[in-house]
Design a protein around this ligand. Structure first.
Ligand SMILES: [Zn+2]
Length: 461
């Protein structure tokens, strides 16, 4: 087919979409604007932009790794960071380039056409395409994951052999298969049924799916990777539950995850909401001094008390709803469809345009681009929420010195980045750095007239 004929057909399609298709496009545009405005409003109103409100007597403490970390600890953190950065950036760039090339050129459509050549029914075509594309993308990222894991191993952070490590990768691929295939089957079902108004169903369905996945995640996905058992009866358990009670956060159980079979790093987290909400401690944490464990659980109670998981889920659900309306606007653009090799007109014997399973590569590219663009905002908001949870822990334990020694221990054990650069904050940092968190604990002490934790590395006198 000559280029001119192609242009002409596209021009006809453009005129068509300017006529009958204009109403749903305008409506989808308005819906996207309203949903993203709602998202921005929730973020603006619920994000603790100033996690430690009030004046700090004597001014805010400046984060400084040299106050609390030895030169050797700082050097080790620098070396680890420079060893991890190449696989991290190269893996991110490779994944993005691959998904964008597949989606924004006809390559992805051709790949899907090839893997589904023997498949007739559309649901099967969607499932095969979803599994094939997620596998291809994961396979492209695998060398960088191996590289990263070998760095973790060199620094003693990983306790796993390569076989169980690969098992984890396969499990996570299987989880991706299930989530992507279910989401894409729903999307293409509604696209085919309501070609002009599928975005309304996709926006509502996407919202519900995000809420559902977040709700069942602790009971459906986490057990795939870890075994959980209740924190054994004893003084620690009693103390932690008493602290939760004092805090007014109903906690029935604290769970311990067998993280030590994978890592030596220390961590704890809250997941789920409502009846699936749980506070989980890594078993690696249980050997830490009691007050440090209390400090960490105080932080997690801060998340639980403010319903951070529930609000985060709401924000995610609004984002996905808005994204579905944008997706409709983009996948009904004849130019974009042509670029992706799934022209707007139905070809002989197959549905054209957005309802064609060959457009899955385009959908995944747009989703990846949107997710990547949203990440810096997500990280910024997350860091403020984490800082608020820290402030909560400090208010609950009123023990900034333990908080500082705990943050020091966490940073040293996890070989955290002690002075991330702007790009690292933007792309990766979901938490403030160790020195940031320690500086805030000193601010808290000054504000509450509690003795300020002295530097852990007193300057030589
Ligand atoms: Zn946290």
């Amino acid at each position: 087919m000559s280029e001119e004929v192609d242009e002409e057909r596209a021009a006809t399609a453009d005129r068509d979409s300017g006529g009958a298709a204009r109403t749903p496009r305008v409506a989808a545009g308005i819906a996207a604007a309203v949903l993203f405005a709602a998202l921005a409003t929730v973020l603006a109103l619920t994000t603790p932009w100033n996690p430690l409100p009030g004046d700090v007597p004597g001014g805010q403490v400046r984060p400084d790794p040299a106050l609390d970390f030895s030169p050797a600890e700082i050097a080790r953190s620098r070396a680890f960071d420079s060893a991890l950065n190449p696989p991290a950036y190269a893996g991110l760039a490779t994944g993005l380039v691959l998904v964008l090339v597949l989606g924004l050129t006809p390559l992805g459509a051709r790949f899907i056409g090839w893997v589904t050549a023997r498949t007739r029914r559309w649901p099967l075509r969607v499932a095969v395409a979803s599994v094939a594309l997620t596998t291809l993308l994961r396979a492209a990222g695998l060398p960088f994951d191996v590289w990263r894991e070998s760095v973790l191993r060199r620094y003693g952070l990983s306790t796993q052999g390569w076989a169980p490590w690969l098992g984890d990768q396969l499990k996570s691929l299987a989880v991706a298969w299930v989530i992507y295939t279910v989401a894409l089957l729903l999307l293409y079902a509604v696209t085919r049924r309501f070609p002009r108004y599928w975005w309304t169903g996709a926006a509502a369905g996407g919202f519900l799916l995000v809420v559902l996945v977040s709700f069942i995640y602790p009971i459906a996905v986490e057990p795939v990777f870890n075994k959980f058992h209740p924190l054994p009866r004893g003084q620690l358990r009693d103390d932690l539950l008493a602290m939760a009670k004092r805090d007014g956060v109903p906690v029935e159980d604290v769970l311990v995850a067998d993280a030590s079979r994978r890592t030596t790093s220390l961590n704890a987290y809250v997941s789920g909401f409502g009846s699936t909400r749980r506070i989980v401690l890594y078993d690696t944490l249980l050997k830490s001094p009691r007050p440090q464990v209390e400090s960490i659980v105080g932080h997690e109670l801060g998340h639980a008390k403010r319903d951070d998981v529930l609000w985060g889920t709401l924000v995610g659900a609004l984002g996905v709803s808005g994204a579905m309306c944008l997706l409709y606007l983009l996948t009904t653009s004849p130019r974009l469809l042509r670029r992706a090799g799934v022209g707007p007109e139905p070809g002989p014997g197959r549905a054209g345009g957005a309802a064609d399973p060959r457009s899955i590569a385009l959908v995944l590219a747009l989703v990846a681009a949107g997710t990547q663009l949203g990440a810096p905002v997500q990280n910024l908001v997350s860091r403020r929420i984490e800082a608020r949870a820290d402030a909560h822990a400090l208010g609950l334990t009123r023990d900034p010195s333990t908080f500082v020694s705990m943050q020091h221990a966490l940073s040293v054990r996890n070989i955290s980045d002690l002075s991330p650069d702007a790009m690292e904050y933007l792309l990766w940092m979901t938490h403030p750095s160790g020195p940031d968190r320690i500086a805030m604990a000193r601010d808290w002490a000054r504000m509450h007239r509690v003795p300020e934790p002295p530097p852990l590395r007193p300057p030589p006198s």
